[in-house]
Design a protein around this ligand. Structure first.
Ligand code: ASP
Length: 453
């Protein structure tokens, strides 16, 4: 059987939901359908999730919410009308939203946000199940309450092992399952959402739980491209990519598929197929455990902005037992995760995502490193991009790093950091933001222009 997840744009309007129904009907193996909240119908549109966040913020601020509730309800009403459903479902959705606004405030501001965000997918799943039944597809809405158990705060939301066990019964359902993405419940029944884009994660959990043969992830592009098409003209399409490669690429800016969603399917080696709801006949991109295709050494190149570097130097650092641990502990105590730690004999750089920092945190970290670790020099630098060259074929290919470095040097950029992942499936470069696009183009030319294939 196949588990299919439909992203926001795939369920943004009645017209899109009809495409979803056609896709489900065209293959009897498509038994489980995971849906996002309605996304953007056009470039200037607002995702329902963003409308809901806006509503939640108003609830928390004790501000006027009527217009905000109407903005959300209207989106569902339009879709319901377009799908030929009667007013009842829109009334149910409106009542649900109002109840969430009133009840969640009694718990906590965080819960208001979680509960309202989750309503986007929850109500959409209810409506889509109703529509499926109205056109003769036997379907049933299943709530994550029935088994998708997640961990407790403050850790980031993740499914617990028993979630898989609980949800495995869905494989025997006679009806097609319509399941809302993006959230689960703690053992005590408290709703928690995954990170943004987290419906991909729900789809993967379900695929693993029912032991699917394939996890189909429907979005609005024909495939994953080897580089960002907004920067590189006409980049090569990736027809097949391994989990490891996808992991590296989605880490650094390939937003087609949520990086955490790979975990459940990776463990069971369930292949993933990224497909286009607007062009379901296109083969899409397959994510597999091991690639059988013969390919270039480099599969994709990504570039992601928003990194900062904490630079620390101290003479004889390499002799000092525990220096690295103490440094990372200071970051841990500020609730900061790190990405890379390239080091020399007497210095170390810790690369972190900039959104985790603020002025006060930086000042505290610098003070502690100076006073507790007696560093000779310690400072932050901001405005860095990570460029990641990814390919399973890289580990038995000599000279790749040299080619990449030469391609980067052509742009005039200074390489601030180089890191070759231990798995040798990726090569990362830290550079200043302003060079990122030029570097991506130059690397693409080096590794993908026909002469190098
Ligand atoms: N609707 C949520 C978001 O916009 C989750 C998802 O679509 O995957 O992030």
């Amino acid at each position: 059987m196949k588990v299919c997840k439909f992203g926001g744009t795939s369920v943004a309007s009645a017209e899109q939901v009809k495409k979803v129904a056609n896709i489900v009907q065209s293959d009897s193996e498509r038994r489980c359908v995971v849906v996002s909240a309605p996304g953007k119908r056009h470039a200037d549109d607002i995702k329902v999730t963003d409308l809901l966040i806006d509503l939640a913020e108003a609830v928390n601020a004790g501000a006027e919410i009527e217009d905000k509730i109407q903005a959300v309800v209207t989106r569902y009403e339009d879709n319901a009308r377009g799908l030929g459903l009667d007013q009842e479902i829109s009334d149910i959705i409106e009542a649900d939203l109002r109840a969430r606004c009133t009840n969640a405030v009694k718990v906590s501001p965080e819960y208001v946000l979680d509960s309202l965000k989750a309503s986007g997918e929850d109500n959409n799943a209810k409506m889509i199940a109703m529509y499926f039944n109205s056109i003769g597809i036997e379907a049933k809405y299943v709530s994550p309450k029935d088994g998708l158990i997640v961990n407790e705060p403050p850790a980031r939301t993740m499914a617990l092992p028993e979630a898989y066990e609980n949800l495995s019964v869905l494989k025997d359902s006679k009806e097609i399952i319509v399941f809302p993405g993006f959230f689960g419940y703690t053992k005590d029944g408290v709703l928690r959402t995954f990170d943004r884009g987290g419906s991909d994660i729900t789809g993967a959990i379900l695929a693993a739980a029912v032991g699917a043969d394939l996890y189909e992830n429907f979005t609005d592009v024909d495939c994953v491209f080897s580089a960002n098409p907004k920067v590189v003209n006409n980049p090569a399409e990736i027809t097949e990519i391994t989990y490891r490669e996808m992991r590296e690429l989605s880490y650094a800016g390939f937003s087609v598929f949520h990086d955490e969603a790979l975990m459940p399917v990776f463990k069971l080696k369930i292949p993933v197929n990224i497909k286009n709801t607007n062009n379901p006949a296109a083969p899409g991109t397959r994510i597999v455990a091991e690639s059988v295709e013969k390919r270039r050494p480099v599969t994709g190149i990504s570039a992601d902005k928003g990194f900062s570097i904490l630079y620390v130097s101290k003479y004889l650092m390499n002799r000092e037992i525990g220096f690295g641990r103490k440094l990372l502990q200071i970051l841990e105590e500020e609730n900061i995760s790190y990405e890379h730690t390239p080091s020399g004999l007497d210095d170390i750089s810790v690369i972190v995502r900039s959104y985790q920092l603020d002025e006060a945190k930086e000042a505290r970290i610098l003070k502690r490193v100076r006073e507790e670790l007696h560093a000779d020099d310690v400072h932050f630098r901001h405005g860095f991009s990570m460029i990641v060259v990814v390919g399973e074929g890289m580990n038995n290919n000599t000279g790749l790093a040299a080619r990449a470095a030469t391609a980067i040097s052509k742009t005039g950029a200074n390489i601030e950091m180089i890191n070759q992942g231990s798995s040798e499936v990726s090569l990362s470069f830290g550079v200043q933001d302003q060079y990122a696009d030029a570097i991506l183009k130059s690397l693409y030319e080096e590794f993908f222009q026909p002469v190098n294939v």
